[in-house]
Design a protein around this ligand. Structure first.
Ligand SMILES: Nc1nc2c(ncn2[C@@H]2O[C@H](COP(=O)(O)OP(=O)(O)OP(=O)(O)O)[C@@H](O)[C@H]2O)c(=O)[nH]1
Ligand SMILES: [Zn+2]
Length: 213
């Protein structure tokens, strides 16, 4: 059945294999837009001027997009592409772009995630790892929890011999405002199993910093 209230968003179709999210429905967008219209007035703007007429609706859609992770199930993303494979060395997907929003200021933090695991009879489709990162990043977050949630999801679903996650991000709440430090980068890490041993962790960290020639 076609839901007439469903406003299509180009990114909506990009989400394969899971329940189609009904996040862009008209009543939610118009409810949010009314609040954003008030916000525009409260910060000293004229929400009726031409350039701002559609802004409340645009912000609403952007916010719903950036927080769509609440409606996605990271575990089912992984289980949709798990394959039996006799490979027991480290698998690393590095330099995964991360865009999230801090829960304190709702300002972006962004950078890279590096995610590795050691298979235990099963490997997972490579693209599913960045998808899992996005599911947790597209929520209001702190970087530490984001790091742990990615680790726990992979460990609990794939049951590998170990998982390693390192995330490096810049927080706009620390550069655009507040302490106003432009160059500081926050690094967080989370490990399970084999990655708790120094040798494996060192291999992981070396692979992250190695560049292809
Ligand atoms: N641990 C952690 N802190 C974060 C993250 N994102 C933002 N913060 C911090 O959350 C804290 C909130 O502190 P508060 O003192 O309540 O807020 P504030 O007055 O706006 O703080 P300032 O940013 O120092 O001006 C700040 O220190 C932020 O830097 C994150 O991902 N992890
Ligand atoms: Zn913040």
């Amino acid at each position: 059945m076609i839901n007439e209230n469903h406003v299509t968003d180009p990114d909506d179709d990009d989400i394969e294999g899971y329940t189609k999210i009904d996040r862009y429905n008209e009543s939610l967008i118009s409810n949010l837009s009314a609040h954003y219209k008030d916000v525009l007035g409260l910060i000293g703007e004229n929400p009726e001027r031409e350039g701002l007429l559609k802004t409340p609706e645009r912000i609403s859609k952007a916010l719903l997009y950036l927080t769509q992770g609440y409606e996605l199930d990271a575990k089912s993303i992984l289980t949709s592409a798990m394959f039996k494979e006799d490979y027991s060395q480290m698998v690393l997907v590095k330099d995964i772009e991360v865009y999230s929003m801090c829960e304190h200021h709702m300002l972006p933090f962004f950078g890279k995630a590096h995610v590795a695991y050691i298979p235990n009879g099963h490997v997972v489709g490579l693209s599913k790892i960045p998808r899992v990162v996005d599911v947790f990043a597209r929520r209001l977050q702190v970087q530490e929890r984001l790091t742990n949630e990615i680790r726990d999801c992979i460990q609990d679903t794939l049951n590998p011999m170990g998982v390693g996650v390192v995330i490096e991000c810049r927080h706009l709440c620390m550069s655009m405002r507040g302490v106003q430090k432009q160059n500081s980068v926050t690094t967080t890490s989370a490990f399970t199993g084999g990655f708790l041993s120094e040798k494996t962790r060192t291999e992981f960290l070396n692979l992250i910093s190695a560049r292809l020639s």
